[in-house]
Design a protein around this ligand. Structure first.
Ligand code: FES
Length: 109
């Protein structure tokens, strides 16, 4: 592992291990936009990289996003292939997957 420091004081790490590889590249759709992803990535990870901080809103309209990242809090609920209340952090991307931000508790946005 190789570490380097940035000007803001944070550090980045590069893991040089050839046993770690990315999965096959896939195309998914987030709120109708085509997005590149790789098999093995979670929906939450791809959405965050794509700039989505709030993946859903509560029935009162409060924004929610990834909190625990391990399937416990249910703050990351999205609509995946028309199935509402799908945890983005526990769902792996697949070719052609349709993901929508969720409003309230249903698939209707
Ligand atoms: S972030 Fe907590 S369940 Fe997904």
């Amino acid at each position: 592992m190789d570490a380097s420091s940035r000007s803001d004081g944070s550090r980045s790490f590069r893991i040089e291990d050839e046993s770690v590889t990315r999965g096959r590249e896939v195309k998914i759709f987030i709120d109708g936009r085509k997005v590149d992803a790789f098999e093995g990535e979670s929906v939450a990870a791809v959405m965050m990289v794509d700039g989505e901080v709030a993946m859903r809103t509560t029935i009162d309209g409060e924004p929610r996003g990834v909190f625990c990242g391990m399937g416990v809090c249910f703050d990351c609920l999205v609509v995946v292939d028309d199935v509402p209340n799908t945890r983005a952090c526990m769902t792996w991307v697949k070719e052609g997957m349709q993901i929508k931000s969720q409003r309230g508790l249903s698939a209707a946005n």
